[in-house]
Design a protein around this ligand. Sequence first.
Ligand SMILES: *[C@@H]1O[C@H](CO)[C@@H](O)[C@H](O)[C@H]1NC(C)=O
Ligand SMILES: *[C@@H]1O[C@H](CO)[C@@H](O)[C@H](O)[C@H]1NC(C)=O
Ligand SMILES: *[C@@H]1O[C@H](CO)[C@@H](O)[C@H](O)[C@H]1NC(C)=O
Length: 390
Amino acid sequence: MGNNLLIIISLILLLFHQTNAGLVTFNVIKFGAKGDEKTDSTKAFMDAWKSACDESVEATRIFVPKGRYLLKEIDFRGPCLSSIIFKIDGTLVAPDDYTVHGDSGNWILFAQVSKLSVVGGRLDGKGGGFWECRDSGKDCHGGARSITFRSVNDTSISGLLSVNSQLMHLVINGCNNVKIRGVQIIAPDLSPNTDGIHVEGSNNVTITTCSIKTGDDCISIGPGTKNLWMDRIHCGPGHGISIGSLAKEFEEEGVENVTLINSLFTGSNNGLRIKSWARPSKGFVRNINYRNIVMRNVENPILIDQYYCPDNIGCPKQSSGVKISDVTYQNVQGTSATKTAMEFDCSPSTPCTGIKLQDIKLTYLNKQPQSICHNVRGTTSGVITPVNCL
Ligand SMILES: *[C@@H]1O[C@H](CO)[C@@H](O)[C@H](O)[C@H]1NC(C)=O
Ligand SMILES: *[C@@H]1O[C@H](CO)[C@@H](O)[C@H](O)[C@H]1NC(C)=O
Ligand SMILES: *[C@@H]1O[C@H](CO)[C@@H](O)[C@H](O)[C@H]1NC(C)=O
């Protein structure tokens, strides 16, 4: 009898525990947030985060209902006691006046957190005023990346829409094991420095099924990126998917094990680009794989540029120290918008090696385009148009 009672009590406790698991929800409305686009909800979001992060050892959920929430610069910091699901049904709106953001360069920041899932959400970065100021050549105070994950582990970001970020839209910096899925980025073609997704100093990041239309790189890959997997990316307009710019610094980590497959570029300035400054550097790029890529009217479908030196400042007549090796291009098809469809401008001091081309079919105005090779070694197999220069 005593035993049975114990079992029954245990069962009840277990049931109680299970129904509560995942139900510890912190609704931002309860903390005073208002989805009216006018009320500053920054403190309410911060209070909801603090409760979820510091007070609950159960798995927690922060919930943002439908509505437009005005948020100023906000830092969601860990470490937290448990995993957190940040479920956003509403839109987070930046202040109209971009100078409100201050000097941190971030609008929404997650730092030192692990086991976080950001689900859904729209971010309206209100970038227009900032771009206008920059275009007028003025010294513009402020400007912010819309959402940054810094020193974050075991995290997923899914179903997020980011529009009109003032600077880069989504930044992954110093993170491990991050999954980005179903993210959509929209900003005008001519908006400056509005990279869609930027990854650097991070290991084991996957980016799948994302659509990116923006004014700078769709995805930019910075120093210290390792084991990055990208699959089903639709890029354009934009400056393509770029490794670099590298060699900005002499002491710089390399980029290693990057894969891009099953992806489409439409009307972008570049497709598959690797670029480094023409400067000495300890950096490197190795084991990069591009496979099953379609180009539609892309200006530079395949490009390695180791002579990057905007305005010829700080690097004229120098040579890039970044060693590029083992880059495979496999099944790249479609149309180039310029007559040079394939260009390898590698460094005279550290030539590119192990470049592999297999089944490249690119046309320009229904004709065979040209290719350019400088300081590059590698092999080809299958059909290669343009005529290969390797
Ligand atoms: C993330 O992982 C790295 C490497 O394992 C570790 O050093 C760091 O403390 C972790 N950070 C968090 C917030 O868990
Ligand atoms: C990378 O991620 C995969 C799956 O997400 C995981 O199994 C693996 O342990 C991770 N690698 C590292 C080094 O954390
Ligand atoms: C890169 O991938 C190879 C296998 O494909 C693996 O052996 C190596 O450890 C990876 N490099 C890093 C830095 O994780």
